[in-house]
Design a binder for this molecule. Structure first.
Ligand SMILES: Nc1ncnc2c1ncn2[C@@H]1O[C@H](COP(=O)(O)OP(=O)(O)O)[C@@H](O)[C@H]1O
Ligand SMILES: [Mg+2]
Length: 270
């Protein structure tokens, strides 16, 4: 028998509690980017986050990663509040892939050197690349999952890869140490449609295969419906829709557009 908690007892693996963030408070530019955001994720849950520009999606991911410190509320991993931990300490538990394929990988290092760097995620500098035969075997095995033939190009510089290949490599790097949480912020939106499709499929395979709890931001509603096991819609810093797998499966793009309109109406009506 398998329940949604996987038989877990105790605190949720990931819990965001009453998270609030106001940028430039007390100035004309004051902006509430997060307003009392509250949710928990179970192990292996693959939550997709949609919402209009400025809804607070990136701020939420940045708050989890430690790039943004909350004004109030907490972030708990396995019951421990990590809200005051710096980015490098959280990096042991949390990995990320960004929108820009140029950001997540080092172009002048080879594929295997990039993977070796990823193995050191969350550790302090001491930059010694662990490239021995055992590691190489392991990297070859991990990268072959992509089905792109990159396992035969381990010593090639990453700058020779396409955007889609780089994002695929970044994904494998982010998944390498089986993080407690993986954050994907529009990681396919800089790619052409075919490459985006490929990277999304690979994302789904990696997340499911390694049971990595994941938050993925996308502005593509069809992708949001096709991928993931849960759907959040954000608006004005809050979560206005939280659809679990069964509900999500019944949603259409029209439903989502309708939701966007309803939230806008609410806004207009004050
Ligand atoms: N570092 C920052 N300083 C000031 N305002 C910010 C900062 N980061 C985000 N914002 C503002 O907070 C709001 C939410 O932004 P963001 O989380 O990036 O939205 P999304 O990713 O959903 O498009 C926006 O109005 C944005 O301008
Ligand atoms: Mg964003």
């Amino acid at each position: 028998m398998r329940d949604v908690t996987g038989g877990r007892q105790g605190p949720a693996p990931i819990r965001v509690h009453n998270a609030t963030k106001v940028f430039s408070p007390g100035t004309p530019n004051e902006k509430t980017a997060l307003s009392k955001v509250d949710f928990a994720l179970e192990d292996g849950e693959f939550a997709v986050v949609i919402g209009s520009n400025g809804a607070g999606k990136s701020t939420l991911l940045n708050a989890l990663a430690g790039e943004v410190l909350l004004d109030s509320g907490g972030i708990l991993i396995d019951g421990r509040d990590i809200g005051s931990q710096p980015v490098y300490r959280r990096a042991k538990l949390i990995s990320r892939v960004f929108q820009d394929p140029m950001v997540g990988t080092a172009p002048d290092l080879s594929i295997e050197e990039n993977l070796a760097v990823a193995v050191r995620r969350g550790r302090r500098k001491t930059f010694r690349l662990g490239l021995n035969r055992r590691n190489r075997e392991y990297f070859r095995e991990r990268i072959s999952v992509l089905g792109l033939g990159l396992e035969n190009r381990l010593s090639e510089k990453v700058r020779s890869l396409s955007g889609g290949q780089r994002q695929s490599l970044a994904l494998i790097m982010a998944a390498l140490l089986t993080p407690r949480l993986m954050l994907l912020d529009e990681h396919t939106s800089a790619l052409d449609p075919r490459a985006a499709e490929l990277v999304l499929k690979l994302t789904s395979e990696v997340v499911t295969g390694d049971k990595i709890t994941t938050l993925m931001v996308t502005h593509n509603m069809q992708h949001a419906l096709r991928f993931g096991t849960r759907l959040f819609m954000m608006h004005e810093g809050g979560i206005v829709l939280d659809a679990p797998a069964e509900e999500k499966a019944g949603l259409t793009v029209n439903d989502l557009v309708g939701r966007f309109l309803v939230t806008d109406d609410k806004m207009l009506l004050g």
